[in-house]
Design a protein around this ligand. Structure first.
Ligand SMILES: Cc1cc2nc3c(=O)[nH]c(=O)nc-3n(C[C@H](O)[C@H](O)[C@H](O)COP(=O)(O)O)c2cc1C
Length: 418
């Protein structure tokens, strides 16, 4: 009995060792495929638990690193910042900025962390995330569960230290997405606190006024409310002393559930108040098409993934027209392929983000999207992403070298604070 057990342990150890050697010596595509193949296993677990495991594995360096340079046609400059490729990770995956180095290493052109609120908060009771795998969709009502601004600041400082010591830690721009605490009476103050605590670590800042899971948050998208909010946050930013590369650009993240007057108001405020860009869009409270047939559709929360693509791309296209192509837009919602990313860019996105498709498909999706996007650009005769931005709106003449405001031509990170 003891002998059999000993033999089983030895055999198991040898198999695990062999598998580890195979993984470590495999090429990047194979490593990405192996990491992605854990998806079906993770999907057997509760969605929140598999999210936690994915974050912790990434934070501990257990994900593959993609050292390959991106196709030159994908390099782009937006808000004066240089992006190796326009494919970014959307907010909500790394809420506490715990896994930035690992996520950058997967080949994202940029990573947005958050939403981060000034004080830690637990979010809504579990269960609060629901999969609809047949449609590659998810419904979540997390409600800004996060460790708060102090913890995020510690994590971002640790990331910067690690990146300074190890040049192999790939650095694309880092966005910090700010939210408000559920119990807070003064939303503006919360965003200003987030900015003062975390602005030093951010290449750009996102004011998230579009999560459906914090009561009253979406009302901040109204014209008067948004104008007052943007003026205050921008005023706070501009009163702060920044390094040579200037203050971080300020973006507003909006919902896909907007009426025509809502969209006009957002465009007017964004242009009138000097917002640097828009993130379009967050999750939807609607249950379009097929979604309504699935039991999870009755759960409260925001829908993301493939079914969100048509409506979020329509709102992106509308806001591009309403702003006359003068504001850089980050297109997000239902992107799951290079062709989807290309459609967002043609509709008016200067940059693209994804979350749900990445959660379903795993790391191998990122190089596949980049490769297919480069092929779409080449197929239609575009030499760069910038050339294709807004191509579906030939009547709108986009300002050349659109850079938005913010960090100025030098881009990069500030060197000091106060
Ligand atoms: C589980 C989950 C949590 C999210 N949390 C946030 C968040 O904290 N802040 C935010 O701005 N967006 C959040 N989002 C929205 C995403 O950033 C993105 O806008 C949305 O999911 C649409 O993109 P996708 O279809 O590629 O997922 C979350 C999305 C999901 C699925």
């Amino acid at each position: 009995m003891f002998k059999t057990l000993k033999r089983a342990v030895l055999l198991g150890g040898a198999a695990a060792g062999g598998a580890a050697v195979f993984y470590l010596t495999a090429d990047t595509d194979t490593q990405m495929a192996i990491a992605s193949a854990t998806g079906p296993l993770l999907r057997m677990l509760d969605p929140e638990l598999s999210h936690v495991i994915a974050i912790q594995a990434t934070a501990r360096g257990l994900m593959p690193r993609d050292p390959r340079p991106d196709p030159p046609s994908l390099a782009t400059k937006v808000f004066g910042l240089s992006f190796p490729n326009p494919i970014g990770l959307a907010a909500g995956f790394d809420k506490n900025a715990e896994a930035v180095a690992g996520l950058m290493g997967l080949g994202f052109g940029f990573v947005e962390v958050g939403s981060i609120t000034p004080r830690p908060q637990p979010g809504n009771p579990s269960p609060r995330v629901f999969r609809i795998p047949e449609l590659k969709a998810t419904i979540n009502r997390y409600g800004f569960n996060n460790l708060g601004a102090d913890a995020a600041q510690d994590h971002l400082a640790a990331f910067e230290k690690a990146a300074a010591a190890d040049p192999s830690i790939k650095r694309g721009p880092l966005g910090v997405n700010l939210g408000k605490n559920k119990s807070s009476k003064d939303a503006t103050q919360d965003y200003c606190i987030g900015l003062t605590r975390l602005g030093q670590h951010a290449d750009y800042i996102v004011i998230n006024v579009s999560s459906p899971n914090t009561p009253g948050l979406r009302a901040l998208q109204g014209r008067k409310e948004l104008e007052a909010l943007v003026k205050q946050v921008k005023g706070t930013r501009d009163r702060m002393l920044w390094g040579p590369s200037g203050p971080p650009p300020l973006l507003i993240k909006v919902a896909p559930d907007l009426s025509e007057p809502d969209k006009r108001d957002i465009a007017t405020v964004a242009l009138g108040c000097g917002v640097d860009g828009l993130v379009v869009s967050n999750t939807t409270i609607q249950r379009p098409g097929e979604v309504a047939k699935y039991p999870a559709a009755t759960e409260a929360g925001g829908l993301s993934g493939a079914p969100l693509f048509p409506m979020s791309t329509q709102v992106l296209s509308d806001l591009y027209r309403l702003t006359g192509g003068r504001l850089p837009i980050v297109g997000v919602g239902g992107v799951g392929s290079g062709e989807d990313a290309y459609k967002k860019i043609r509709a008016g996105a200067s940059l693209v983000q994804l979350y749900t498709a990445f959660a379903y498909e795993g790391p191998a999706l990122i190089p596949a999207i980049k490769r297919d996007l480069a092929a779409c650009l080449a197929r239609d005769g575009f030499k760069s992403v910038e050339e294709a931005v807004g191509a579906d709106h030939p009547d709108i003449a986009r300002p050349k070298g659109q850079a938005g405001g913010g960090r100025g031509a030098a881009g990069g990170r500030k060197s000091w604070w106060w």
